[in-house]
Design a protein around this ligand. Sequence first.
Ligand code: PEP
Ligand code: MN
Length: 366
Amino acid sequence: MVVVMKPGATEEQIQNASKKLEELGFRVHRVDGVNQTILGAIGDKRGLDPRQLEVLPGVQEVVQITKPYKLASREFKREDSVIQLDGVAIGGRELVLMAGPCAVEGEEQIFTIAERVAEQGARVLRGGAFKPRTSPYSFQGLGEEGLKLLRRAADAYGLLVVTEVLGASQVDLVAEYADILQVGARNMQNYALLRAVGQSEKPVLLKRGLAATVDEFLMAAEYIMNEGNHRVILCERGVRTFLTHTRFTLDVGAIPVIKEASHLPIIVDPSHAAGLNKWVMPLALAGIAAGADGLIVEVHHQPEKALSDGEQALTPEQFAELVREITVIARVLGRELPLHTNARARARTHAHAHVHAHAHAPALRN
Ligand code: PEP
Ligand code: MN
């Protein structure tokens, strides 16, 4: 249930309505919008007469939420949620590009890729330090050393960091280095992890499970939000179907469906859906055309030497080409991409930090 306050409601009236809801046994999630405040009330509403709340001073209306997910639903919050993070807005008019290798492999690798993707206007550097691999014998990531490298490379080029957290016990460690915590597809229904990232201050990139329905996906977001963390970015990365020509089947249709059902931003990961480099570009374009708020793309300067997911990595040149294509589509959709020239200037400003970082870093080899 949502209690919508009138546009001019006073702080006292908002507090009063909040208190009343708590007395009735509800957990209250307050959201201060541009024009008005809304109070999401989670709890058992059997036996409650909504008129009890409607008559409170400053209350505009009481709306019942029909969906199983509450805080994630559009019924709870009509306007799109825009996640503001150090000058980067996710879910607004501007499309956000997150790019980087599948895994952090070493200092030279991550600094090289960070520089190349920053030049093209990426705002967030991706890269796994803890990797969820299908085989326990595959490269598992560099762990904390990888987190440190990722942070330094991102800082050197004015980028934010998104990286995966594999388990609840890792949240504090990963949050020390990351700006955005990634919950991977294989963990979408790891409820202990969802609760743990829900208690963190950091925004969460929640990837859709390999076989999750849209409702299950949004219920996973609800777990995070119910712990108090409303800064959730959804990510469509393809689902398992009977089709084998791509690694997963990118569910492009889920994007408008989720946009209607939820106020949360949603981005597309064309890389894991494609599985092969040559299918990444068309899937990325389709995702943006369908209304996604951005992309998370795997980029590697030497894909043939990558320790994981090399076959689906774009080269920096291919990433540049993708950005050019996205720019064209963005214009048609009335959306924007950060200008390349700005990105270059930003990278130049940070260039000395790169040299500095290299000079002091112990060499790390695989
Ligand atoms: C990844 O982003 O590297 C990853 C493992 O993705 P997913 O969880 O979508 O498979
Ligand atoms: Mn990968």
